[in-house]
Design a protein around this ligand. Structure first.
Ligand code: PLP
Length: 382
């Protein structure tokens, strides 16, 4: 368990980014698109910059953005959230998740999550003084053991932190899995925080379901999402949280006393983004499905064994037919020799040492067709 910020060291993400630059490699490592967002939302950001939206926004976010989020959520889930009391804007899902954990976990509480996890979660627990407890999602289908989950809940557990679709595994939690988690949350009176930033990137026949949609869950769930992945604007850092007013109010207090407000002109542009026609979201899914197929075929030809992701824009690949190196050494070798960067999967586990020997790396396919084609050409050299 991490006891101090000094325990983190240099992140593997920074290390792989540096290796990629030094070796002139294509980076399929970090999770962001190498293409632009829809031109109309760039236009809207420019209009907002020229139209006077250059000063602090209200701390909870502009009302028109909160209304646009409420409408978007209602269309998708037939669930109503009050834009005034139950929706707040944050500087990315990251800040919303940070505020949720700090607001909802007391010192000494336990934060229960699943691993592999989005690597910044353990830091939230550290900041809150909470103990980080995780249940393993395991290959080949990233399922979890119901008994392990039951046993992981103690009288100190306060929050379950979920991520569906999951980064890095691409797992989309099924209705049955969410029902089990919901039943335990209700029985033990737990709060659920659910990170759903990849909610729009889900591949047929899988469907995104938020645990907040299950009976008895809306009143104990904070849903966190973001414009980053849905609109290909990871550098804008506009995220949001939906939930019961008593939780959102506590999160607003943390936000108000740290970041205070999120970038004003970008909030205006994201308001427009949430009003895009449904065709935009269909095209996004179709484009990502094509990229997923292309990368899966490329990796298969290069002798990787891949787990087919149900959602997100990542593929986890087993390289045991290619090399016996540990995952970090393999990722460095692939960057230096083949000139394609990836992320070693051990980065997403608490027990990094034993995971290094599982020989898994993560590739990101949020890339232009030409980037993916050039990666295919390079990987074919293996
Ligand atoms: C699971 C998950 N949650 C949150 C984020 C960050 O979202 P944002 O850019 O809105 O802070 C990421 C980014 O990679 C992610 O993978």
């Amino acid at each position: 368990m991490l006891k101090s910020w000094n325990d983190f060291g240099i992140s593997i993400f920074s290390k792989m980014a540096e290796e990629a630059t030094k070796n002139d490699a294509i980076s399929l490592a970090q999770g962001f698109p190498d293409f632009d967002p829809p031109p109309e939302i760039i236009e809207e950001a420019v209009n907002a910059l020229r139209g006077g939206f250059n000063q602090y926004a209200p701390s909870k976010g502009y009302l028109d953005l909160r209304v646009a989020i409420a409408d978007y959520v209602e269309q998708r889930r037939q669930q109503k959230y009050d834009p005034d009391a139950e929706i707040s804007v944050f500087s990315g899902a990251t800040e919303a998740l940070f505020c949720a954990v700090i607001a909802l976990c007391e010192k000494g509480d336990e934060l229960l999550t699943f691993e592999p996890f989005y690597d910044i979660y353990p830091g939230f627990a550290l900041a809150a003084g909470a103990r980080y407890v995780s249940v393993k999602l395991d290959t080949p289908d990233w399922g979890f053991d119901a008994e392990e989950l039951r046993l992981a809940i103690s009288n100190k557990t306060r929050v379950i932190l979920l991520n569906t679709p999951n980064n890095p595994s691409g797992k989309v939690f099924s209705r049955a899995e969410l029902e089990l988690i919901a039943e335990l949350a209700i029985r033990h009176d737990l709060i659920v925080v659910t990170d759903e930033v990849y909610e729009e990137i889900v591949f047929e026949p899988n469907q995104h379901l938020s645990i907040a949609q299950l009976p008895g869950m809306k009143e104990r769930t904070v849903v966190v999402s973001s414009a980053s992945k849905t609109f290909s604007v990871t550098g804008w850092k506009i995220g949001y949280a939906l939930g019961p007013a008593k939780f959102i109010n506590r999160m607003r207090t943390i936000h108000e006393h740290t970041v205070f407000c999120s970038a004003s002109p970008l909030q205006k542009a994201v308001t427009k983004a949430f009003q895009l026609p449904s065709q935009y979201f269909e095209d996004l899914r179709r484009d990502y499905a094509q990229k997923r197929t292309f990368l899966l075929e490329t990796l298969k030809k290069a002798q990787f064994k891949c787990l087919v992701p149900q959602g997100s824009y990542f593929v986890v690949a087993d390289y045991s037919a290619i090399s016996e190196l540990d995952d970090e050494d393999f990722a460095v070798w692939l960057t230096r020799e083949i000139k394609v960067a990836s992320i070693p999967m051990s980065a997403f586990y608490s027990d990094k040492e034993s995971m290094k020997k599982r020989r898994l790396v993560r590739f990101c396919f949020a890339k232009k067709p030409e980037t993916l084609q050039e990666s295919a050409r390079r990987l074919a050299q293996i």
